[in-house]
Ligand binder design. Structure first.
Ligand code: 0A1
Ligand code: ZN
Length: 876
């Protein structure tokens, strides 16, 4: 063994990898024949790899946690003198140009708790290979720019009747010892991270889809028999997604079958393996009795996301993992666009922006800030982040909006034409969009490599004599340690003017707006591209004093600091023509109240005026208008002396004032929304969401009998949205019967894992709860350290209460979990540790205490994932 001392090793001996060091592989893989033999206490993997030299250099096969049984090259058995091996790779120097390997290894999926590679989850064996799991199955050049043809033979005991792999089933048969096998061949070349295999005893829901080319595709969703009735929503969403990608992007499906498998132990939401998606049960199973409306919506959008990856991810993949946002950003943009067909575009945009601001902006404001395309990492698993996914989606959206639908389609057509079957970079995408549309978008590339959220500042002034309105905008981005001085980015700013007297939207007369295609087509809704440090736009023929509406539809992922008066924002809340912009005005007003101590009266008057009408027209939008920025979002805007108790108390005061202000309205509104038969559409979903929200305000306002309404709603609920909504209000308001209802819920849903997750979540997320409650939940017999969903239901919901998190006990709670998961499931452990990333903003003495607690974790963890996060968090 020969491990050179690497100067880039960090204090935990983990290596940092840089984008600038990318080198193309020296060998390609022409094909792989894989044989996986599953036994109770081990699994044997035999592979035949046909490799061919591309350039000079060593032949490198990645491999981790593998027991090498034998290896031969071109028919000759190799001995340890013939290769170098370390815990991460096997290297052959001076390999022949044509190299055919036969390799056998032994692995242990039955004890693989990390949920990467091949692992056993209950009675099921599944794979998770993105990003670097395949190297835990066999030796292979496990990098996304190596694409090859896979033939897979799976063999197992007949107690596992389901044997699946990517592609087409070409053979199956019986063997001795009660064993059987299946052989699958995938005709499309793919990188190893898209390889999948499933071995288990599953039921299947079947359907079919005929593509725009007239090809028949068989669709199959595999799940435990008892869960099969919960697969219909996903099946319909799959067919809708297939149709949508044909209609909007002209992209048909390519294989003869598309399979989805549900697994309850999974680190993320789902995985787009070619033709064989593997899904966390929470992203595929849906039934109104056990699934809330938002969870059901999430199923549909995740099905769409994974399906859309077939073109943006699988047929065109990433050259290296730094390019992750090439596939993820674009695919999130595509799934968000699809979801807009399922509910009102305003609500969809609100939900996407709300999550962007509370998660991605917060990430970008702290020590884990990184560009959508990072330039270095220690552990790539740490980069499946809101920045890569959601900011990546915003970049795709900005370019799509600037082009408009037709030109954007020309651009994407060109991308698919040029790069189908290839592993490419972000530059390749932007080049294709530019060349295909004829509009040069290359000035957007710095968005991919610059970290931090730009802040757009502005002021406006009206000249009544000249009838001009002058808008001055500037941009700035905070400099981040280890990154160059931030440069101005092209920031599309959606603009509209409203007559201050009449509230009417004005026609825009300004040559500067002509920069935008959209502006040419619709002169009331303009887009101005701010691409310098400061710019001025003059609007002419403005006959009356206007109120300007900026960043409409959230035209760019930036913070906006405009010199609005509170009254201007109240005006926009009332007069804006689109629900998103109304919501945005309400949020800006609320941030002033909550972060700058503005008087809440203006907000309260405006919302009281707008709400009843919006609720009549679009109940779902009404629930969003009532959003009060979360404590964690507010905390992300406070960079020092953060006092969680103060933020909590201010937010609570606004909620109380809102509840009081509309006390009579809540009572009437609740009564006017009786429980009716369940229907899965956005109107009914809106009514259910609004009823729950109104009930919460009624209870808060002390409306007589409101807690009884909650009990009745719990008892009479026809769906989970109603039952869980009522339960949450009862528990969080310490109703006398809260424990009875919790016990009832437990009894009803003891055997429904996903519903039981909600039972944990309600208690862990209780603002009246405590660290003790969260700890006790983790001692409960139904708590399971092997099931990430269950762990997240406690840790994720508990994190919604920063007052509890930022206590000695709360911080220790999280560091203990990170320590426990460090070896068992480091990917998850690292994510959980991220809840503490903004420790350095706390006021003293909490800040020092947080630092001590985090430093205390240092010697206690070893995994690359947890160590990288901990080191970065401590660098703050
Ligand atoms: N590519 C998947 C996300 C994913 C990433 C890593 C995983 O395991 C560690 C699993 C899934 C997606 O974007 O859907
Ligand atoms: Zn994805």
């Amino acid at each position: 063994m020969n491990i050179a001392v690497n100067p880039e090793l960090n204090e935990n001996s983990h290596q940092t990898i840089y984008l600038k060091d990318y080198t193309p592989p020296s060998f390609e893989v022409l094909s792989i024949d894989l044989s996986i033999q599953v036994f109770d206490d081990h699994t044997l993997v035999h592979s035949k790899l046909v490799m061919q030299r591309l350039t000079s250099g060593d032949l490198i096969l990645c491999g981790r946690d593998l027991e090498l049984l034998n290896i031969s090259l071109n028919g000759n058995a190799l001995t340890p003198q013939d290769y170098e091996i370390d815990p991460e790779q096997l290297i052959i120097k001076n390999a022949p140009d044509q190299a055919e390997f036969a390799i056998s290894v032994k692995i242990h999926p039955e004890s693989n708790t990390q949920l990467e590679g091949l692992y056993q989850a209950g009675n099921l064996f599944v794979t998770q290979n993105e990003p670097e799991g395949f190297r835990k199955i066999t030796f292979f050049p496990d990098r996304p720019d190596i694409l090859t043809v896979f033939t897979t033979r799976i063999e197992a005991d007949k107690k596992y009747p389901t044997l699946l792999a990517n592609g087409n089933l070409v053979e199956k048969g019986e063997l001795s010892d009660n064993r059987h096998f299946a052989v699958w061949h995938d005709p499309t070349k793919k990188p190893s991270y898209l390889f999948a295999a499933v071995i288990g005893d599953l039921a299947v829901l079947k359907d079919s889809f005929t593509t725009m080319e007239g090809r028949h595709v068989s669709l199959e969703i595999y799940a435990l028999a008892q869960d099969l009735p919960k697969c219909h929503v996903a099946m319909q969403a799959l067919k809708d997604s297939m149709k949508w990608d044909e209609d909007v992007y002209g992209r048909p499906y390519d294989l003869d079958n598309y399979m989805i498998v549900a697994v309850s132990q999974f680190n993320m939401g789902a995985m787009e393996n070619k033709g064989l998606n593997i899904f966390n049960t929470v992203c595929v199973l849906a039934d109104p009795e056990v699934t809330t409306d938002p969870a059901m919506f999430y199923v549909k959008s995740t099905i769409a996301h994974e399906y859309f990856h077939n073109w943006t991810g699988n047929r065109i993949t990433c050259r290296d993992w730094f390019q992750l946002c090439l596939k993820e950003g674009f695919t999130v943009f595509r799934d968000q666009s699809f979801s807009t067909t399922l509910q009102s575009p305003a609500v969809q945009r609100i939900d996407d922006v709300s999550s962007l601001k509370s998660v991605q902006f917060a990430e970008d404001a702290g020590p884990l800030s990184h560009p959508p395309r990072p330039d270095h990492f220690v552990e790539i698993n740490n980069f499946y982040t809101a920045t890569v996914y959601d900011k990546g989606a915003e970049i795709a959206r900005m370019m799509a909006n600037l082009l408009g639908p037709e030109k954007f389609r020309q651009g994407t057509d060109e991308y698919f034409r040029r790069h189908d079957g290839q592993a490419v970079t972000v530059e390749d995408l932007v080049d294709s969009l530019s060349d295909g549309s004829g509009v040069d978008l290359r000035n957007f590339l710095p968005w991919y490599s610059q970290p931090g959220t730009p802040c757009v500042k502005g002021r406006g002034s009206y000249d009544a004599d000249a009838k001009t309105y002058t808008l001055t905008l500037s941009q700035s981005t905070a400099k981040r340690h280890n990154y160059p001085e931030p440069q101005p980015l092209p920031i599309p700013v959606g603009v509209a003017l409203f007559d201050k007297e009449t509230g009417e939207q004005l026609t825009l007369n300004s040559t500067v707006l002509k920069q935008s295609e959209v502006a040419e087509n619709n002169i009331k809704d303009g887009i101005f591209v701010l691409d310098q440090a400061e710019q001025t736009v003059v609007f002419e023929q403005v006959n009356a004093e206007p109120v300007v509406s900026l960043l409409r539809n959230f035209s760019a992922p930036v913070l906006l600091d405009f010199d609005y008066s509170d009254e201007d924002l109240a005006f926009l809340l009332e007069h804006e023509t689109n629900g998103f912009n109304q919501w945005q005005a309400a949020q800006m007003l609320l941030e002033r109240v909550l972060l700058q101590d503005h008087n809440p009266a203006v907000y309260l008057n405006a919302i009281a005026k707008a709400l009843p009408q919006v609720a009549k027209d679009d109940a779902l939008l009404a629930t969003r208008l009532l959003d009060i920025p979360s404590e964690n979002y507010l905390a992300s805007r406070i960079d020092q002396e953060y006092d969680p108790a103060v933020v909590h108390q201010k937010r609570d005061a606004v909620l109380n004032a809102l509840a009081d202000r509309l006390k009579d309205y809540w009572a009437d509104a609740y009564q006017s929304l009786p429980i009716v038969e369940f229907k899965d559409n956005s109107v009914e979903m809106g009514k259910r969401a609004y009823r729950n929200m109104v009930l919460g305000f009624a209870i808060r306002a002390g409306v007589e009998g409101a807690l009884d309404w909650a009990s009745e709603q719990y008892d009479n609920a026809v769906c989970m949205t109603e039952r869980l909504g009522a339960l949450r209000h009862l528990v969080w308001n310490k109703a006398n019967n809260a424990q009875d209802k919790l016990d009832d819920f437990y009894k009803r849903f003891k055997h429904e894992d996903l519903a039981l997750d909600q039972w944990f979540a309600v208690q862990a997320g209780n603002p009246q709860g405590s660290v003790q409650v969260a700890r006790e939940l983790m001692e409960h017999p139904e708590f399971d350290w092997g099931t990430p969903n269950r762990i997240r239901s406690v840790t994720g919901n508990f994190s919604g209460n920063p007052v509890l998190v930022w206590t000695t006990e709360g911080m220790q709670f999280y560091t203990e979990i990170a320590k426990r998961l460090d070896q068992q499931n480091p990917v998850l452990g690292s994510r959980i540790l991220q809840f503490l990333s903004r420790w350095y903003t706390l006021k003293e003495p909490l800040r020092s205490e947080a630092k001590n607690i985090l430093q205390g974790l240092k010697g206690e963890v070893n995994s690359t994932s947890v160590c990288e996060t901990l080191n970065n968090v401590l660098k703050a």
